[in-house]
Design a protein around this ligand. Structure first.
Ligand code: FEO
Length: 401
């Protein structure tokens, strides 16, 4: 028996779980896997929405087969061409030779580059409709949420939005498929990690897409993304989160990330955190950049207003794992944070001086003076760390009102 689920009487979830792949895009850890969601509408005409990664083609096609029972598949709507969703397109058209591929002009440009040319292209434009019988599909082009061809499809009879990557996150669907069947705390964390690392750079385009959907006055009863849970009970919850993330709205809290070879820079991090706590800040996260993957750091940096970065010197530069984080931040669109800087130097400097250069580039509000200890922190260095914590806490608390 294959795992499918009814979203409505005629709309099916036909996604698959990937627990084998270690790194999404060969870059982002999949500690708890990922789902590639796809959907099927069984009407006078039949339609599938997106496919799956190529390694999952067989089980995906078996799922379609189990619902259609030898009836033809008429349409494949390609909301997003990235290979985690387009890996089974060719196999699907081999199985259903009359299958029409529905996408926009950019979709087919990319399709040809990746797999093609294929056949039976049905090119839609923004605002076009396609009737399946009782169900009507409405197409909204939403470029750069996450690739240039990305679009969303809204089924207006049931109020179902097939939203591709938008509103989706990491984590396999382990039995529970709908928002009311899972522990949302885990999925919200993994959705923010997906958003902040993969889509976050395109926050302005996400805002544009959200405005487009709002202006269309559509009732989004069900949000069906290509990763993570299907939102049928509280779709507004994920819309609100996406809205806040794409506006870079923050929560009160401080993320302290350090690179430390022998524990001296780490001591400064602990002193800053303790002082923040004494000042009434409750959300404090300390991370060793050598242990925690940068994707988790970025996810928390996206969430909280306060950022404190620390680095020892390493071969006259930043500690390598801190350099990775700083490069990623410079390439993100993360704005409007409070920034404190600390670290150590020994026979050379390079840690704090490079964090200071980062501060100049990123243009966040710097809190306190950067503090650099010689080899191991002394009392005067700790006092400077405390000054950073005091000023950070004061600024955060001021924003409460
Ligand atoms: Fe899930 Fe942009 O791919």
């Amino acid at each position: 028996m294959l795992t499918t689920a009814n979203i409505t009487d005629e709309i099916y979830y036909i996604g698959v779980n990937d627990r084998e792949t270690r790194l999404f895009e060969n870059l982002w850890p999949l500690d708890r896997g990922v789902s590639y969601n796809a959907y099927l509408i069984d009407d006078e005409k039949t339609a599938v929405f997106d496919t799956v990664k190529n390694t999952k083609t067989n089980v995906f096609i078996e799922k379609i087969d189990s619902i259609l029972n030898d009836r033809p598949l008429d349409y494949l709507v390609i909301n997003h061409m990235e290979p985690d969703h387009s890996g089974a397109i060719k196999a699907l058209q081999d199985k259903y030779p009359d299958l029409k591929l529905v996408g926009n002009a950019k979709t087919f440009e990319l399709l040809d580059d990746f797999y093609g040319p294929l056949k039976n292209y049905h090119t839609i434009k923004d605002g076009d409709q396609l009737s399946l019988g009782k169900h009507t599909l409405n197409f909204y082009l939403t470029p750069m949420v996450h690739w240039p061809e990305t679009m969303m499809t809204y089924e207006s009879t049931t109020g179902t939005l097939f939203s591709m990557d938008a509103f989706g996150g990491f984590g396999t669907l382990d039995g529970g498929i709908f928002d009311d069947e899972v522990n949302l705390e885990f999925y919200m964390d993994e959705t923010r990690r997906y958003y902040s690392n993969i889509v976050g750079k395109y926050g302005a385009m996400v805002q544009k897409a959200l405005k487009k959907l709002k202006d269309a006055h559509i009732a989004m009863n069900i949000i069906a993304p290509t990763h993570g849970p299907v939102w049928r009970s509280d779709p507004q919850c994920i819309i609100d989160h996406y809205d806040r993330w794409s506006r870079a709205e923050t929560e009160e809290g401080v993320v302290i990330v350090y690179g430390s070879m022998y524990g001296n820079t780490q001591k400064m991090a602990d002193v800053i955190a303790r002082r923040l706590s004494e000042n009434g800040i409750k959300n404090i996260r300390i991370y060793d950049a050598s242990k925690t993957h940068v994707s988790y750091l970025i996810s928390d940096l996206w969430r909280f207003k306060g950022v404190v970065l620390g680095s020892c010197a390493y071969n006259t530069g930043l500690f390598p794992t801190m350099e990775t984080l700083v490069n990623k931040l410079e390439n993100s669109q993360l704005k409007d944070r409070l920034l404190g800087i600390f670290g150590t130097a020994s026979w050379s400097g390079g840690g704090v001086s490079n964090l200071n250069k980062f501060a100049e580039k990123i243009k966040w509000q710097q809190v306190g003076e950067s503090v650099e200890a010689r080899s191991s922190p002394k009392e005067k260095d700790f006092q400077q760390c405390i000054a950073i914590a005091d000023e950070m806490a004061e600024l955060l608390i001021k924003e409460r009102s």
